[in-house]
Design a protein around this ligand. Structure first.
Ligand SMILES: [Mg+2]
Length: 281
């Protein structure tokens, strides 16, 4: 599969869904040329949204981070996060009691926005354990791994409550050579130990794509074949886009390294429609 310039594929689409980390920005900040690309889309009347598996912050805070990095055209209405999907679920399924969480205090915003009371896993004890009606895994930061992962495991062994994963990413790049484990990886560990099935939100699951698609359709008539998903991760962005039935472009500025892209595509069997160096045009 040939690497194509990003601009050459854009003319086929009326809307673009971007992943955030590894696509619009990475550990170096905003991706070079990203601002120009967004300008180009706006000039051409191509709609764009950001679909992120980041549940660590509210849409407003996520947009602020991108704006501070230099992406001036971003606003919170353009951000669709897996945390928002988890919030909708909690709102309809967990009506009373407290929701325990692993993650930062900022990430707990999502649960509080659903009108529920939150409690960090570290504060669970024998007096309040019976009041806890769900566990949400939000972010890999904001807790003591050794103590709180064990507490979460014990909570789930004692209580039969739903566990929601608001970010299914297993890892994220912290430099060109190294990765860190993300909350999705922690979730898999806990799930294996407690032998229960958790509920997952975020790419590759279709809820976020559905929500974004609906958002576009609220403004204009649009068909799936007129939308492009751009991502750096085969198992989430590309698989999610493929499953939803929209075209996909893999970029090489994040999780998938250029020298490994062909091999990864072959071994996972997840095939993007295009490969591009980056979103720069
Ligand atoms: Mg990414």
């Amino acid at each position: 599969m040939k690497i194509k310039p990003f601009e050459s594929i854009l003319s086929n689409y009326k809307a673009v869904f971007f992943d955030s980390y590894g696509v619009l920005k990475n550990y170096n900040g905003l991706i070079k040329g990203g601002e120009e690309t967004i300008k180009y889309l706006e000039e051409k009347g191509i709609q764009w949204l950001v679909l992120t598996n980041d549940a660590s912050r509210s849409p407003i805070q996520l947009a602020d981070k991108l704006r501070v990095a230099g992406l001036k055209a971003i606003s919170s209405e353009k951000m669709i996060s897996s945390g928002m999907m988890a919030r909708e679920f909690l709102r309809s399924k967990v009506r009373v009691g407290k929701v325990a969480y692993l993650g930062t205090e900022a990430s707990a915003h999502y649960i509080e926005a659903a009108g529920l009371e939150t409690i960090p896993v570290r504060y669970i004890n024998s007096n309040n354990i019976e009041e806890i009606n769900a566990l949400v895994l939000l972010d890999d930061e904001g807790f003591d791994w050794f103590r709180d992962i064990n507490k979460a495991i014990n909570l789930l062994l004692k209580r039969n409550i739903p566990t929601i994963i608001a970010n299914t990413d297993k890892k994220y790049p912290v430099s060109r050579e190294e990765v860190a484990i993300a909350i999705g990886g922690v979730a898999n560990l806990i799930e294996t130990v407690v032998r229960k099935r958790f509920i997952r939100f975020g790419k590759p699951d279709s809820q976020m794509f559905m929500y974004a698609f609906q958002q576009l359709r609220n403004q204009n008539e649009i068909a799936k074949h007129e939308i492009l998903m751009v991502g750096d991760t085969l198992q989430t962005d590309i698989m999610g886009g493929n499953k939803f039935g929209i075209d996909t472009a893999l970029v090489l500025t994040g999780n998938t390294l250029k020298e490994r892209a062909k091999n990864d595509i072959k071994s996972y069997g997840i095939i993007p429609n295009y490969i591009c160096e980056s979103i720069a045009i």
